[in-house]
Write a protein that binds this ligand. Structure first.
Ligand SMILES: [Zn+2]
Length: 192
């Protein structure tokens, strides 16, 4: 049975590396996968999943009006798709998450969405909220707090002057602020 998977983690928890690994494992067995990523991800060129260790793969960019189900359904006319992988799934809207459920339920293709659960103000992203509500399997990808030894469960935004940011737009386009994986305690009081 195909299932919808949500694998979430804080910044730098290895989500992109994991996508590239899963894609590699399928391709090694001559099975086709489709990789998507949000067009909002500005860390690299649009249309790539890139890991911090330097490996990257081409991906289909998802814009706000991209119909993911139609793209996957079209692809199945030419080849059997064994798995659909989505990076930055937190940036998808509710309609697109519902399309992911249709890919699983109607096309019988497993879908794995990877992304952040909470934003820098510690609210759920729209995509993450609906993945939490609709996914069959939910798994946390763990990483350590940037400042201490606790598990990082939140993302701290730090501006160009090195100050923590706790308000503003959820998605910052083209800014120079940085995001760090942190524990709850260091999110409240970062030792800066
Ligand atoms: Zn900490």
């Amino acid at each position: 049975m195909a299932q919808l998977y949500f694998r979430y983690g804080a910044m730098n928890s290895g989500k992109s590396i994991e996508i590239l690994k899963v894609a590699h494992n399928y391709e090694e067995q001559n099975k086709s996968v489709l990789i998507f990523t949000s067009a909002l991800d500005s860390r690299d060129e649009v249309g790539y999943v890139s890991s911090r260790i330097g490996i990257r793969a081409k991906a289909i960019p998802i814009h706000d009006d991209t119909h993911i189900y139609h793209i996957v359904e079209n692809q199945t006319q030419n080849q059997k798709i064994s798995c659909v992988l989505i990076d930055e799934v937190q940036f998808l809207n509710k309609d697109q998450i519902m399309q992911l459920t249709d890919i699983v339920d109607d096309l019988h293709i497993p879908v794995m969405g990877f992304g952040l659960k909470n934003d820098f103000q510690n609210e759920l992203f729209e995509g993450s909220k609906y993945m939490l509500l609709y996914a069959d399997k939910i798994e946390e990808m763990k990483t350590i707090c940037w400042f201490c030894e606790r598990k990082a469960t939140m993302n701290l935004r730090i501006d160009e002057e090195g100050r923590p940011v706790y308000s503003g737009e959820q998605i910052q386009i083209g800014g120079n602020d940085s995001y760090y994986p942190v524990c709850r305690k260091c999110h409240k009081n970062p030792p800066l």
